[in-house]
Design a protein around this ligand. Structure first.
Ligand SMILES: C[S@@+](CC[C@H](N)C(=O)[O-])C[C@H]1O[C@@H](n2cnc3c(N)ncnc32)[C@H](O)[C@@H]1O
Length: 228
């Protein structure tokens, strides 16, 4: 199974809904202040943020590399697909968002190309609102072991942060009668410093906001970038 689809399968078990809702409210408040109408949510996941956008009157759609996630989004009645950024006509949106680790899924040597593609779908002067995990977020929040059990599922997640990379190993046992079906996969996330992202130079950095979702210290930085 594609590791992104395995993540989609275990996401309801992990249970960070409260933290994600907090993050969504910050994004929503920010988007309202920008007076944008058309929004593309890259890595829209289960579609909950798209649902917020729809309810708040934005014209929004999402893209996702996990088909499982797209199906979950569609079940909420929002618009989502497995389209890639380059499939959209240039200048399609007032704003692009990439929420909750999406940028950290992209290897450092591919962030430049990703920024170019995001810039391509934005109108002139359009905004890119996104976040990255801080070093604290990786080293002290994400790094560790977690086990969860629900109904016929038993999950074990082990995450290790080393050399600017978080490696997350997922093992899921699904009880089928007297037997267990086992699925395994791993996801890599990459630390991107503000200095590194600014050096890429495709966007103008307007402002940043530190966020603490899992304690007092900042575990994420939200960045408002603008197409030059
Ligand atoms: C941690 S989840 C966050 C999902 C969603 N934004 C949310 O707030 O719940 C990251 C998501 O990004 C998706 N993803 C990662 N890289 C992507 C890419 N280059 N294009 C589209 N989706 C991507 C993954 O499949 C995953 O669902």
């Amino acid at each position: 199974m594609n590791p992104l689809d395995l993540y989609a399968k275990i996401e309801p078990l992990i249970g960070f809904d409260e933290q994600y809702e907090k993050l969504y409210q910050i994004y929503l408040d920010w988007l309202k202040s920008l007076h944008v109408k058309t929004i593309l949510d890259v890595g829209c996941g289960n579609g909950k943020f798209l649902n917020h956008l729809q309810k708040n009157g934005f014209n929004a759609q999402g893209i996702e590399r996990s088909l499982h996630m797209v199906e979950r989004s569609l079940s909420l009645g929002v618009e989502a697909s497995t389209k890639e950024l380059k499939e959209f006509p240039r200048g399609s949106f007032d704003c692009v968002v990439a929420i909750a680790d999406v940028l950290n899924y992209i290897p450092s040597d591919e962030v430049g190309l990703f920024f170019e593609e995001v810039s391509g779908v934005l109108k002139s002067g359009g905004y890119f609102l996104c976040d990255v995990n801080t070093l604290h977020g990786f080293e002290s929040v994400a790094d560790g072991v977690m086990a969860k059990e629900k109904d016929n599922l038993f999950l074990c997640v082990e995450a290790t942060y080393e050399d600017k990379q978080l490696q997350t190993y997922i093992t899921l046992f699904e009880k089928e009668g007297d037997l267990y079906h086992k699925e395994q996969g791993s996801i890599t996330q990459y630390f991107h410093s503000q200095t590194f992202l600014k050096k890429i130079g495709i966007f103008k950095f307007c402002t940043t906001k530190s966020v603490s979702l899992f304690g007092r210290e900042s575990d994420k930085t939200i960045m408002l970038l603008q197409k030059k």
